[in-house]
Design a protein around this ligand. Structure first.
Ligand code: HEC
Length: 126
């Protein structure tokens, strides 16, 4: 019995690396390149047209101090993780109607990479 459970676990881990959402695996280094498309409006440490991103992973949407968000994003109560970021970046206006980020990343690999970049940017460096 035990061996079957272990095998089942291994199979699931191979089929769904990184969790239940079976999207492409992200590459943070490539994500840094993709992020150049965001940096007309965003940066990691200061808010511009859009809010700063350093602490975005795990943050509740629309809550960074000092940035004025749309009512829609503030009211969304979303928490940013790989799944919510993926849906947001694919089509912000559809995912959160009334939000005002006028940019989309249509390629799933670009989204996975930039999400991995944001995740690693939030980790403390040692
Ligand atoms: C044309 C300007 C523009 C571009 C380009 C842009 N954004 Fe945004 N972004 C915004 C604005 C404006 C908001 C705030 C939206 C609101 O308040 O509804 C936002 C919000 C966000 C948020 C929500 C953050 C929070 O604090 O809740 C994330 C995450 C985000 N952007 C990621 C990205 C990424 C990743 C890219 C590049 C692939 C990108 N954005 C490109 C303007 C932009």
């Amino acid at each position: 019995m035990r061996i079957i459970r272990i095998l089942a676990g291994l199979t699931a881990a191979c089929l769904f690396p990184g969790g239940a959402a079976a999207g492409p695996t992200g590459d943070a280094e490539r994500g840094a390149e993709v992020y150049r498309r965001c940096d007309g409006c965003h940066s990691l440490d200061s808010s511009r047209v859009g809010p700063a991103h350093r602490t975005v992973f795990g943050r509740t949407a629309g809550t960074l101090d000092g940035f004025i968000y749309s009512k829609a994003l503030k009211a969304s109560a979303l928490v940013w993780n790989a799944e919510t970021l993926d849906a947001w970046l694919a089509n912000p206006g559809k995912f959160v109607p009334g939000s005002r980020m006028g940019y989309r990343l249509s390629d799933p690999q670009d989204r996975a990479d930039v999400i991995e970049y944001l995740r690693s940017a939030g980790k403390p460096t040692q």
